[in-house]
Design a binder for this molecule. Structure first.
Ligand code: C2E
Ligand code: CA
Ligand code: CA
Ligand code: CA
Length: 282
């Protein structure tokens, strides 16, 4: 490359051009993928009950395989889809795919609930509840087969409407979890107000849980508070045996993370479940 004579500005300008080009490609490829529907795949990560050493559920995490962009991380395309409103059709595609997979899992004897990440924009659509209800009805699946993962940011918005929606979803049979707990707002009063079943402690607390005693203290306090409020607790991003052990000692109900399994495609999660059962039995 002929970089001679370029100043800071032109380097900066090159970066901008590269970014703009990527965004342009991302935008057009994402729109195409949403209309074709076949570039998305759902991966699953198990949730393990610590005491029973049982897989009590799994989280659905979307993957996007694109010919031009390769595998794009949801950390990149989900926020972009939220900015552009594409998250609405995308969320429906994800839900439909999860429903198909749910039938496959149930057909193979795996009846544990599946957790779905709900984007804030999607949740706050006026027709969110009817649309999710229609998808489940069309696929002949009950709401109690699913858990909805909502972030603090999502439910701290428009409190009155949110309470109404959460109560409705709860009555429909969904399990409700608060994702990324500890990273959003500091007000805890809504924990009492909203009908939540489970707190999901954010990975950032788990990372240093064994080395930083302050983090450990926070996690312990979260677990005790959740239990006092009749909620269960799951730790996410758990990678090491020491972390599992410590969380177990602190009475954390469930564990999710690479320690047990990365998120994997449907056929692999079924193999994993089968193997797990053999291990427990044998
Ligand atoms: P999240 O809901 O907090 O999901 C947890 C993320 O941590 C996932 O990243 C997962 O692959 C990763 N993870 C799980 N265990 C470990 C571990 O032990 N160590 C580390 N370092 N990471 C772990 P992923 O799949 O890249 O998703 C990133 C974010 O994108 C998600 O964060 C969620 O906010 C969003 N997302 C993913 N799939 C969907 C979806 O289907 N719908 C919506 N609305 N958002 C999604
Ligand atoms: Ca999640
Ligand atoms: Ca999370
Ligand atoms: Ca997150």
């Amino acid at each position: 490359a002929k970089d001679h004579g370029k100043n800071q500005f032109s380097f900066y300008f090159d970066d901008l051009k590269t970014d703009a080009k990527r965004t342009f490609t991302l935008d057009s490829e994402l729109r195409k993928a949403i209309s074709n529907k076949n570039e998305f795949e759902i991966y699953y990560q198990p949730k393990v009950n610590y005491q029973k050493q049982q897989i009590i559920g799994m989280e659905a995490l979307v993957r996007w395989h694109n010919e031009i962009l390769g595998n794009v991380s949801p950390g990149e395309f989900i926020p972009y889809a939220e900015e552009t409103g594409l998250i609405i059709p995308l969320s429906e595609i994800i839900l439909e795919k999860v429903c198909l997979d749910a039938h496959e899992l149930i057909g193979n004897g795996y009846k544990m609930p599946i957790a779905i990440n709900i984007s804030s924009i999607h949740f706050h659509q006026p027709n969110f509840i009817t649309s999710i209800q229609q998808i489940l009805e069309r696929n002949n699946l009950p709401a109690n087969h699913f858990e909805l993962e909502l972030t603090e940011r999502t439910i701290m918005n428009n409190e009155k409407e949110t309470t109404r929606k959460l109560i409705l979803l709860k009555h429909m049979g969904f399990k409700l979890s608060l994702d990324d707990f500890g990273t959003g707002y500091s007000s805890l009063s809504y924990l009492v107000e909203f009908p939540l079943d489970c707190l999901k402690i954010d990975q950032s607390f788990i990372k240093q849980i064994c080395s930083v005693s302050d983090k450990q203290a926070i996690v312990h306090a979260i677990i005790q508070m959740a239990h006092r409020l009749q909620m269960s607790v799951i730790a996410e991003g758990v990678e090491q045996r020491d972390q599992v052990k410590l969380l177990g000692e602190m009475d954390c109900d469930m564990i999710q993370g690479y320690y047990y399994s990365k998120p994997v495609p449907l056929d692999e999660i079924m193999e994993f479940l089968e193997f797990w059962e053999l291990e427990i039995e044998g």
